[in-house]
Design a binder for this molecule. Structure first.
Ligand SMILES: [Zn+2]
Length: 133
């Protein structure tokens, strides 16, 4: 994937800050209502669980809730997209269509927890005709 950036290290650092008490959970569980709505309605399920909910379960000494409440939401940004810049992408087909029609744009994948509102960038990458092949 062209121009791919993985934000796992940054995420781990933030979760660690919460774990040691340097950051209150409220500071990282601040999903914007629009993001929460997108996550609820069109977010993709993931096999990962929410790090903050997991932490809360650990502290309360209760078994981790098996229901997976973490969702992935994809956004696209770029001048080539014009008015579509900043839009949430609903399906893989829609993303493929945008990539075929536009020269270059950045795709951001954000994870968002439906329970606590945790949200963090997962990865970003470039798409578009300029990056095809
Ligand atoms: Zn959570």
């Amino acid at each position: 994937m062209r121009g791919r950036t993985d934000y796992r290290l940054a995420k781990r650092a933030v979760v660690r800050q919460v774990t040691i008490g340097a950051l209150p959970p409220a500071a990282v569980c601040d999903a914007h209502p629009e993001l929460l709505r997108a996550a609820r309605n069109i977010g993709q399920s993931t096999s990962r669980s929410c790090p903050i909910c997991r932490l809360a379960d650990d502290r309360a000494d209760v078994p981790t809730d098996e229901t997976n409440c973490l969702r992935l939401v994809t956004y696209v940004y770029g001048d080539d997209l014009r008015r579509l810049s900043g839009h949430v992408v609903w399906t893989r087909e829609e993303l493929d269509g945008l990539a075929a029609r536009h020269r270059s744009f950045t795709t951001y994948v954000v994870e968002c927890c439906l329970v606590c509102g945790w949200n963090h960038l997962v990865e970003s990458y470039l798409l578009g005709r300029a990056h095809a092949g």
